[in-house]
Design a protein around this ligand. Structure first.
Ligand code: ADP
Ligand code: MG
Length: 554
């Protein structure tokens, strides 16, 4: 019997793999920078255990140099480099990660800052380059090697001269095709913005040349000089100590990140070190973005794996009722190449999401307690979303939100919480009464509420369509059920039961005949004082709700 190998068009396979992992071509830069950062970390970790190695921080950096004329983009690092064997192993084999092996070998130390582990990132260079050349001199060796490949067809390795330890990677950027334009990967401005976007918090400086005007000594003239400038900010604000940061630092971060054009009402800085390690900065905006209440709006937080951006809007991190929250999460427990599908099932991510949700809840409750005015500003903007949240998940999350919603109180003439309403209930009041309508003014004149008011009971005014739907999902608050003032059974002891005379019965019957099919019954009411007539409903659906339901397309 003969065993045959599967054959595969390796170039196509590589393309398929790369494109299924990466949705944007620009991330090749993130991958190469992460590898460079890993290579420098490896020297750092070696220095921790080997006294003969000194780690002089200033000697470690990454430089990026585009050359539009030759269509070359060069990335240099002063990292650990690769031996000939490592070149073969790590760059010659797809899905082989030297970094994963390094972590396994050095498990005793704290090697988890190293980003790589899947062994595919390097190949993302072929999304933008037709030729990739790697010149590398490994740490502790005098010999350097050149590795070159035009894709998966294969690669060559030869010995070359290189003065310093480290790796230079030269990408020959593809020529523009009909629909694809690759020139942008040679533009300094564009490259800088890609670095900022994904790799701003790499711990080593990422440098690029910049031209500057400088005054010439002893004259009024200026000259153009090129200087090396660090592009990345290196230490992310979320890794800094809360006590060293001012409100302004957070506001600046909010604006830099373009989370919104407003000033945030509150920031939440989390540094969790328990079952799951992560740092997070969250913001409660003051104003909804222009598309917030539209279908186009996408909720989510920025997600970083150990300082490297992996997703711009991770929606799994935010429940619907808190979809207005902006911010980021960074966790060293996530990996760089994790796909969207994998993320959804990631246990760590679920833990983080749960944790975040309870932090937001606590902070909003604190705001409500300590700064009512600010909370009401927030509530004006996002209260509707809290209520949508209760409704959308069928009340599953009602405990998170029930103490955050406010309604207009007929008695207090201001917004109250459900807890405040219940606390003020007289002993003989069984239900939480509410009335739905267009405006508080109109609701003040509602005939059906006279009896309730007469008893000294407060009424919550529901002026938004969602209110009643949300309340239906809550079922009750603190054991007290909700009751519409239009409901036929108000649960109020009626002392002066009206007696119905024979002529009245005749009149009611006549009215019922005229209104046949439109009303179920006409009868004497005890709830009216100054109004002659009103509607009442049976069951859970109030008149207002019925109107909304009828107006909805089936
Ligand atoms: P990963 O980073 O997930 O391990 P990559 O495909 O990005 O996978 O890289 C494969 C391997 O090649 C790395 O694990 C590392 O051993 C090696 N490597 C890549 N770039 C460099 C570099 N600039 N310096 C040293 N080694 C590198
Ligand atoms: Mg990598």
């Amino acid at each position: 019997m003969e065993t045959k190998q599967f054959k595969a068009e390796s170039k196509r396979l590589l393309e398929m793999m790369i494109h299924s992992i990466y949705t944007h071509k620009e991330i090749f830069l993130r991958e190469l920078i992460s590898n460079a950062s890993d290579a420098m970390d490896k020297i750092y970790y070696k220095a921790l255990t080997d006294e003969t190695i000194t780690f002089d921080k200033d000697a470690y950096k990454i430089t990026i140099q585009p050359n539009p004329k030759t269509r070359q983009l060069i990335l240099r690092d002063t990292g650990i480099g690769m031996t000939k064997e490592e070149l073969e192993e790590n760059l010659g084999t797809i899905a082989k990660s030297g970094s994963l092996a390094f972590k396994a070998e050095n498990e005793s130390q704290d090697g988890h800052d190293i980003i790589g582990q899947f062994g595919v990132g390097f190949y993302s260079a072929f999304m933008v380059a037709d030729t990739v050349t790697v010149v590398t001199k490994p740490f502790g060796s005098d010999v350097a090697y050149k590795w070159e490949s035009h894709g998966v067809d294969g690669h060559t390795i030869e010995e070359v001269e290189k003065e310093t330890v480290g790796t230079d990677i030269t990408l020959h950027i593809k020529a523009n095709e009909d629909e694809e334009n690759y020139d942008e990967y040679l533009e300094p401005h564009r490259l800088r913005s890609i670095v900022k976007k994904y790799s701003d918090f790499i711990r080593y400086p990422i440098e690029m040349e910049e031209t500057e005007q400088r005054p010439v000594d002893g004259s009024d003239e200026t000259e153009t000089v090129t200087v090396m400038k660090t592009v990345n900010s290196m230490v992310p604000i979320w890794r800094k100590n809360k006590r060293e940061l001012t409100d302004e630092d957070y506001r600046n971060f909010y604006q830099e990140k373009r989370y919104g054009f407003d000033a945030p009402i509150k920031h939440i800085h989390i540094s969790a070190d328990g079952a799951v390690r992560y740092q997070s900065i969250l913001f409660i905006p003051e104003q909804p973005s222009f598309d917030y209440y539209s279908k186009e709006f996408e909720k989510g937080l920025e997600l970083y794996a150990n300082g490297v951006l992996i997703m711009e809007k991770c929606s799994d991190l935010l429940p619907d009722h808190f979809s207005f929250v902006k911010g980021m999460v960074d966790s060293e427990d996530l990996s760089l190449n994790i796909s969207r599908e994998m993320l959804q099932h990631d246990r760590q991510l679920k833990l983080i999401a749960k944790n975040i949700q309870s932090k937001i809840k606590t902070q909003l409750e604190a705001l409500l307690r300590d700064d009512r005015e600010k909370y009401e500003t927030f509530y004006q903007a996002f209260g509707r979303q809290l209520k949508f949240g209760i409704y959308n998940d069928y009340g599953m999350q009602k405990d998170t939100v029930k103490d955050l919603v406010l309604f207009h109180s007929a008695k207090e003439k201001k917004l109250v919480t459900l807890a405040e309403y219940v606390a003020a209930m007289p002993e003989d009041q069984k239900y939480i009464y509410y009335a739905s309508g267009e405006s508080t003014d109109r609701l003040d004149k509602l005939p059906q509420s006279e009896l309730v008011k007469d008893k000294g009971f407060d009424i919550l005014y529901f002026t938004e369509e969602i209110d009643e739907f949300a309340i239906q999902m809550l079922l009750n608050y603190d054991g007290k059920e909700f009751k519409s003032v239009t409901s036929s059974d108000l649960g109020i002891e009626q002392t002066d039961q009206a007696e119905t005379t024979e002529t009245q019965v005749e009149m009611f019957n006549a009215m019922q005949d005229v209104l046949a099919g439109q009303v179920k019954e006409v009868k004497a009411s005890t709830r009216l004082k100054s109004h002659p007539v009103c509607f009442a409903t049976d069951g859970a659906v109030s008149i207002e709700m019925e109107k909304i339901l009828k107006s909805m397309p089936n």
